[in-house]
Design a protein around this ligand. Structure first.
Ligand SMILES: NC(=O)c1ccc[n+]([C@@H]2O[C@H](COP(=O)([O-])OP(=O)(O)OC[C@H]3O[C@@H](n4cnc5c(N)ncnc54)[C@H](O)[C@@H]3O)[C@@H](O)[C@H]2O)c1
Length: 313
């Protein structure tokens, strides 16, 4: 089984490739090593993979690929410009290029090859100010960040290639993913790094916002199950199965790190959703997805990784 993983050097993409290799897949991994965060981190993410015979790395943009030469069974399209906060203003052009234009070009190529499945990584950001919790796949979609708008556009593009060209698309809405290799702009990574160096943590708002956090291994399990068990044209929420207040995360972090956290509170950020909670009933039913990792265990694993990368430099 041969697959293409776009965004293979990123947080989620690199874990996905490692798991696919273990399961016997052959992989072409593509990543432009964009500078949203340092490319040196992305090269480190690839360290284990490039030793694998069944892994071929292409340092390219998705748009530069020629799929007809690749003999693919599956495509996992994870490449994107992530992050809510930077998606305002002139940087929006980077988001439209990476999340909309590149997706359209990949879909154009994919429609001409026989594929078993095309899995697209979307985001809970498409729900935005969702009037109901938990968020269901059928809930109204009102993204409140430019990033969320580009991910929704990516979903819609996938769907129309499915409807018009029978492309076997499965869409996944990931809910805040965490664990080792988490992006340096993401909250837990920033918090843990600050705790390690006894620096202040900045909290936007009163800390009563809640999030459905999903551990990386659970996300990878869901993503592979989407390729094998997913129904074409369907969208699935991939959440951790429960939500937690940010303030409670901070208490947990104090216990895990055995350190007193210094907190500075500031104004809420535009584009941040106040609450997220996924209904995962559909993913349970169709994909046999069941998140396994408790937040305490997942945070501990990320903390061990953070200590390791920052203390061995
Ligand atoms: N991390 C999360 O909590 C989360 C939540 C919801 C959705 N997602 C989605 O999951 C996917 C992976 O997210 P991540 O957190 O691993 O991000 P990441 O930034 O670590 O990985 C994305 C990778 O895509 C690459 N890339 C960007 N544009 C490219 C292009 N045009 N061609 C080739 N490569 C390109 C980047 O260099 C990067 O390595 C993204 O689609 C993101 O929108 C992530």
């Amino acid at each position: 089984m041969r697959c293409l993983v776009t965004g293979c050097a990123g947080f989620i993409g690199s874990h996905l490739c490692e798991k696919l290799i273990k399961e016997g897949f052959e992989i072409v991994g593509v990543d432009s090593l964009s500078d949203y965060y340092p490319p040196s981190i992305k090269l480190k993410n690839l360290e284990n993979l490039i030793k694998e015979k069944k892994f071929k790395f292409l340092k390219n943009k998705v748009e530069e690929l020629n799929l007809e030469e690749m003999d693919l069974d599956y495509i996992f399209h994870l490449a994107a410009q992530p992050g809510v906060r930077k998606s305002w203003g002139k940087d929006f052009a980077i988001y439209t290029e990476a999340n909309i234009m590149a997706t359209q070009k990949l879909l154009e190529m994919a429609k001409n090859i026989p594929l078993k499945r095309f899995v697209f990584a979307s985001s809970s950001s498409v729900y935005g100010l969702c009037p109901e919790l938990p968020m269901k796949e059928t809930s109204p979609l009102f993204p409140i960040s430019p990033y969320g708008v580009t991910k929704l556009a990516g979903e819609k593009l996938c769907y129309l290639y499915h409807k018009n060209f029978d492309l076997p698309i499965v869409l996944l809405r990931y809910f805040t993913v965490y664990g080792p290799r988490q992006r340096p702009d993401m909250a837990f990574h920033k918090f843990m790094k600050s705790i390690l160096f006894n620096e202040e943590i900045v909290i936007f708002g009163d800390g009563n916002q809640t999030r459905d956090f999903t551990y990386i291994d659970d996300v990878i399990d869901a993503t592979i199950k989407a390729a094998t068990n997913g129904k074409n044209g369907e969208v699935y929420n991939i959440g951790g199965g429960s939500r937690i207040r940010l303030n409670d995360v901070l208490n947990l972090l104090e216990r895990i790190t055995e350190k007193k956290i210094k907190i500075r509170r500031t104004e809420p950020q535009k584009g941040e959703m106040p609450h997220t909670l996924a209904s995962i009933e559909k993913a349970k039913r169709d994909l046999s997805y069941l998140p396994q990792t408790k937040i305490e265990d997942g945070l501990l694993n990320e903390w061990e990784w953070i200590k390791n990368i920052y203390c061995t430099k």
